[in-house]
Design a protein around this ligand. Structure first.
Ligand SMILES: Cc1ncc(COP(=O)(O)O)c(C=O)c1O
Length: 408
């Protein structure tokens, strides 16, 4: 039999299904309360608005171009809409600075491909978005821990990268309501990161997938906006901002985007021509149709529902979790990050939880580039109603309390 591994490229060796994915397959059982997903609630999709959008497209002269090949940069009216939307948060750019991708996940793949030669270093927060690690892994980088409190010098990053035979290329992070922790980076840390990036002469990849999902607290300018303000214009920035319609409108259409200086956009366009020519023409038109007619109302609706679910999860954690556990109090997004006492293992807990309490979550170690911190859990509140959240956390609290007692 053919030994496929012998002829696969070396980059494929890091493409592996995790044991966690295997466990999460069990979630199809109907009696499980799941906090694992991290996906939007389908009940909140603007399906009527999309039906209208597609119906308008099909009953107009636009149908021919909507079903045709189109430019790699993306649908111009959508790029114009995005340029206006990001201007509201201080990202002053032209539509030419906006590049449409098939979901913001594709942006991560392209940016990995654009920056990382084998053994280069990507700085990522510990923990970070698992999908970013999967996207970058194909380009065979090393990872180093991005510290946002300023306690590592530029030399420390440079030395670590040199030891593994490459250079530091970028720092990747979500500044608002990150996946997996739900945390937001404060203004001082954003400014510090810009200074560090200057010292190291690297790019900053700002993943803003959850940008619109703020439930309370003061909005902080995106790193991209701070960068533009410092340098007097987008063409002088080193930040590359990626956004998505997946969490606000619907992920199934696969429409995301990048905002960056023109030299970066021009390369991304060439990469897209080689990879998939362009993102779905008709879906881009439909997204622009729905966004331009009712984006703010849709965002207000989902914020109102998710903020109540966030509140319900935090209240239930306060009520049922043992005092030796700690968790984040996110101001937005979809996630709460729970840290259990040292020595506990989230993956073992998940196996027990599915078998006995019928509650699912994602064990946290998958989000660490070095697979450390097994005593953490990612809990998503986006898809469960408040009663389910209370019941699920009650069961989880019982399981964790028992596990702590048994270990003592
Ligand atoms: C932080 C982050 N970035 C990017 C993505 C990718 O989303 P999409 O490709 O649907 O835009 C996700 C999806 O969960 C995410 O959580």
């Amino acid at each position: 039999m053919l030994d496929w591994e012998q002829i696969f490229a070396t980059r494929s060796s890091r493409m592996r299904a995790s044991e966690i994915r295997e466990l999460l397959k069990l979630l199809d059982q109907p009696d499980i309360i799941s906090f694992a997903g991290g996906i939007p609630d389908p009940a909140l999709f603007p399906d009527v608005a999309f039906k209208e959008a597609y119906s308008d497209i099909f009953s107009s002269a636009q149908v021919g171009s909507a079903l045709q090949y189109s430019v790699s940069e993306g649908y111009k009216p959508l790029r114009e809409w995005i340029a206006r939307d990001v201007a509201k948060i201080g990202i002053d750019c032209t539509p030419d600075n906006v590049f449409i991708t098939s979901g913001s996940q594709q942006a991560l793949d392209y940016l990995g491909k654009l920056f990382l030669s084998p053994n280069d270093t990507a700085l990522v927060t510990w923990p970070t978005y698992l999908g970013a690690l999967s996207a970058f892994n194909a380009y065979e980088p090393n990872y180093d821990q991005l510290s946002l409190n300023g306690n590592r010098t530029p030399e420390a990053y440079r030395d670590t990268a040199a030891k593994t035979g490459g250079a530091v290329k970028f720092a990747y992070l979500s500044a608002d309501f990150s996946n997996p922790t739900g945390e937001t980076i404060d203004l001082a840390a954003r400014e510090r990161l810009l200074a560090l990036a200057d010292e190291l002469d690297i790019a900053i990849l700002e993943d803003a997938a959850y940008q619109h999902l703020r439930y309370d607290g003061e909005a902080i300018p995106p790193i991209m906006a701070l960068d533009i303000a410092r340098r007097g214009g987008i063409e002088n920035t080193r930040t590359i901002y990626s956004g998505s319609f997946s969490k606000t409108l619907a992920p199934g259409l696969r429409v995301g985007f990048v905002v960056a200086a023109m030299p970066v956009i021009r390369k991304l366009v060439l990469m897209k021509q080689a990879a998939d020519l362009h993102s779905s023409t008709i879906n881009q038109i439909a997204i622009e149709h729905v966004a331009s007619r009712g984006f703010d109302a849709q965002v207000a609706k989902i914020r109102s529902v998710y903020s109540k679910r966030r509140d319900a999860m935090l209240a239930a954690l306060d009520k049922y979790m043992p005092k030796t556990a700690t968790w984040t109090r996110p101001e937005g997004g979809m996630f709460v990050w729970v840290t259990l006492p040292e020595g506990m293992d989230g993956a073992e807990l998940l196996a027990k939880s599915i078998a006995t309490e019928k509650v699912a979550f994602v064990p946290g170690k998958a989000f660490y580039a070095d697979s450390s911190n097994a005593n953490t859990l990612r809990m998503s509140f986006s898809c469960a109603d408040e009663a389910m959240i209370d019941e699920g956390i009650k069961r989880l609290g019982r399981l964790v309390s028992n596990a702590i007692r048994t270990a003592a």
